[in-house]
Write a protein that binds this ligand. Structure first.
Ligand code: OGA
Ligand code: NI
Length: 353
């Protein structure tokens, strides 16, 4: 499967290694063309409602209806929302972020044993988006690993830091349980039975993307992650500080406010397909900070690798003809191993024009 194995996998400089040497400036290869740079608009200059949903209402029959309405409004308007009272202990969220930080603080040799540019690898350490193919580099180091079912994958995860498997594992399991509940409310908000795709969701794929964005001396010239949508159904994001931006329907960028203890839920392409386009995946990017490193953990959920997913039959009628062909997580990986995610979108190939 080593499509890009000819590019030597270990021969890259992580941003963590780079910042040891450069304090004032950033190397040319990180500088974006002017039109792709983040133009830092102040938060109070742009007004949009950033939906925050209280999940403690989930199990109150009397309140569930209101919750579903809030979820529907958020999915329609922006394709993302934050959740509070989600039941994940703060310690589990913090421990996972601390494990991330400890991992990225390790010496390069410890990390590069996981280095790979092959997007099919179940564990993959790298920098930028894909250091093997990126023309402009993004100010980010990452490790990604598969996580569901955890017993299939955890032995492949880093053993150093020594508590990584336990702490990241607890967090990964908590995310599987939460995404099941979130999928129920999102599906219900589409008018689908909450048990739609039940078994497929249960045995679905989970990719944990653990991101490290070191402080950047020139945050106006570079990005941590380029604009993209996530491939799956939903992504749940846990972050150490503010830095995520989402794009609204008028193509305007909005910083997502940081709420201590909250988790960010984003709709991905597979949800757009299931909803037959009623919901759209949310374009997002990560911006940089001059002073502080930022860590984030994105738990990307989708149907299992080979499972083909098309629009829910209940959402297809005369007014809403089938708008997407079936696609799969595996199809997405094959597609991006040939192209760069910032240039081409798998979901565009699924759209029926
Ligand atoms: C991702 C992602 C954003 C962030 O990992 O897919 O969009 O804020 N991360 O780290
Ligand atoms: Ni993303």
């Amino acid at each position: 499967m080593g499509v890009q194995r000819d590019i030597s996998d270990g021969s890259f400089t992580s941003v963590m290694a780079l910042i040891q040497k450069c304090h004032q400036n950033i190397p040319e290869r990180y500088v974006l063309p002017p039109f792709q740079r983040p133009n830092h608009v102040h938060v109070d200059c742009i007004s949009t409602d950033h939906p925050v949903i209280d999940l403690s209402e989930m199990n109150h029959p009397a309140h569930r209806h209101r919750l579903i309405n809030e979820v529907r409004a958020a999915c329609n308007e922006l394709g993302y929302f934050q959740v509070i009272n989600h039941g994940i202990p703060t310690s589990v969220m913090k421990d996972a972020l601390n494990s991330a930080e400890e991992f990225f603080n390790l010496p390069s040799e410890e990390k590069t044993r996981f280095a790979s540019t092959d997007v099919h690898d179940p564990v993959r350490y790298g920098t930028s988006v894909n250091h093997g193919t990126d023309k402009v580099l993004y100010w980010r180091d990452f490790i990604k690993h598969y996580a569901n079912p955890i017993s299939d994958w955890i032995h492949l995860w880093p053993s150093n830091p020594p508590t990584y498997k336990e702490k990241m594992g607890n967090y990964a399991k908590a995310m599987v349980a939460l995404q099941k509940q979130l999928m129920e409310v999102v599906l219900e908000s589409l008018g689908l039975n909450a048990s739609y795709l039940n078994n497929d969701i249960e045995e679905g794929s989970q990719v944990m993307t653990v991101n490290c964005y070191p402080s950047c001396p020139k945050p106006d010239l570079a990005l941590g992650m380029p604009p993209h949508t996530d491939f799956g159904t939903i992504t749940i994001l846990n972050q150490s500080q503010q830095g995520l931006e989402i794009m609204d329907r008028d193509n305007k960028w909005h910083p997502v406010p940081f709420i201590q203890g909250a988790l960010i839920v984003q709709l991905g392409d597979q949800m757009e397909v299931i909803s037959n386009g009623r919901y759209k995946s949310v374009p997002h990017r990560a911006i940089l900070n001059m002073k502080r490193k930022r860590f984030s953990i994105a738990s990307l959920h989708s149907m299992r690798l080979e499972k083909k997913v098309g629009p829910a039959p209940e959402l297809v009628d005369e007014q809403h003809p089938v708008a997407y062909r079936e696609g799969s997580f595996g199809g997405f990986l094959d597609y991006i191993s040939a192209k760069s995610i910032s240039k081409a979108k798998y979901i565009e190939t699924l759209k029926i024009k």
